[in-house]
Design a protein around this ligand. Structure first.
Ligand code: GLU
Length: 393
């Protein structure tokens, strides 16, 4: 039989698979064959979801929370999210300004779909999380990549933002604490950006998924909290995956102006319907229950970060800034003479260490290592990395 040629939609021709997920799948496939891989690929906590959260979801199952629910989310969870945003972030939303999504990822995807017209521009500071440009393209929009490197502390500045503005600019993506660099914007830095955003009439997606994972006394500030004008222009996106070790549960949310949230709800109604009902009861318990495990996990991540950085300090040719948040180290590999793809391919093939090439984040001179893994793996993997780099010298 002659195979039927699949003709995909034109907009799909430019879309790449998610590098973070591809590398992780590759590492897992090797592990399944019995290969001893040190995986620093996807940012996924290695902890179990806290027991009281799992118990709440089990109870919800037993109570019959197994049916369709409201598309926008369980009312109790929307209320709890509104309360969290008020208490933690100083943001006042009605529960009807909140949409529960299938992970933080769907929150951002839905927003790009409802805010961007073909030809509109979405300003994305680089290094960026892999999925932002692809989501802009899937909406028919143009990702405008604005490099913000080590000299800027890997942060967008008001001057860089101003220089990127055109009449088609519509949306800017901010992510603090940042994936992949761990950079955290200060209140002053956000206030200066907010001024430009308001003056230009942009929308801002503020991806705050790593807000609880913050070190060295840094403070997480939501740009939405910096005045009524920027509040009106901000869509706050977050989720439960990183802080509560709930990656597979797929529960996230977005809060913002009601007309935009209503449009995102309509989109969700036609695409995925509600988020898994009993998973939402786990998320509710995460918000309403004790927070001490979040703090314990944060402290352990901090120790792992320090261990990884200590190894890196002794590897000539590799340079990393001290990340202030999230659980990634972004390493400058320029001096090795390899590009990030070749570096990561060789590191995996020859030394069985999985890392994500910086090219996937818009910077081919870096690689990303996740330290959301145990100290023993960090020790083994960093020794292998050191051997690999010595061999390149
Ligand atoms: N956001 C995590 C990462 O960057 C998980 C994978 C993904 O969704 O990209 O590794």
């Amino acid at each position: 039989m002659v195979p039927v040629l699949a003709r995909l939609a034109d907009r799909f021709s430019q879309i790449q698979p998610s590098a973070t997920l591809v590398i992780t799948a590759k590492a897992r496939a090797l592990q399944a064959q019995g290969v001893d891989v040190c995986s620093f690929g996807a940012g996924e906590p290695d902890f179990d979801t806290p027991a009281h959260i799992r118990d709440a979801a089990k109870r919800a199952l037993d109570q019959g929370k197994t049916r369709y629910g409201p598309v926008a989310g369980e009312p109790a969870l929307r209320r709890a999210i509104a309360h969290k945003l008020h208490q933690d972030n100083g943001l006042t939303y009605n529960p009807d300004q909140i949409l529960v999504t299938n992970g933080g990822k769907q929150a951002i995807y839905n927003l790009t779909q409802v805010l961007l017209n073909p030809g509109d521009e979405m300003i994305i500071p680089a290094p960026y999380w892999v999925s932002y440009p692809e989501m802009a393209r899937l909406a028919g929009a143009v990702p405008v990549i604005v490099p913000a490197g080590a000299a800027e502390g890997y942060k967008l500045t008001p001057d860089l933002l101003r220089a990127a503005l055109t009449p088609r600019s519509r949306l800017v993506a901010l992510n603090s604490p940042n994936n992949p660099t761990g950079a955290v914007y200060s209140r002053e830095e956000l206030a200066a950006l907010a001024e430009v955003i308001v003056a230009a009439g942009l929308w801002v997606i503020s991806d705050e998924i790593y807000e609880k994972l913050i070190y060295d006394g840094s403070e997480h500030v939501s740009i939405a909290a910096l005045g009524p004008e920027i509040f009106e222009r901000t869509l706050v996106c977050s989720g439960f995956a990183k802080a509560y070790a709930m990656t597979g549960w797929r529960v996230g949310f977005v809060a913002g102006p009601k007309p935009i949230i209503d449009a995102a709800i309509t989109l969700e109604g036609h695409s995925t319907s509600n988020v898994c009902t009993f998973a939402q009861y786990g998320a509710l318990a995460a918000l309403e229950g004790p927070q001490d495990e979040v703090e314990q996990m944060r402290q352990v991540f901090g120790q792992r970060r320090d261990a990884m950085l200590e190894h890196l300090r002794h590897m000539p040719g590799l340079y990393a800034c001290q990340p202030q948040g999230a659980f990634y180290v972004f390493i400058d590999i320029r001096e090795t003479g390899l590009d990030s793809q070749v570096f990561c391919e060789r590191l995996l093939d020859e030394f069985k260490v999985a890392a994500v090439p910086g090219a996937a984040f818009g910077d081919d001179h870096h690689i990303r290592l996740s330290y959301a893994t145990d100290l023993a793996t960090i020790e083994r993997g960093m020794n292998r990395l050191a051997t690999f780099v010595q061999g390149l010298a």
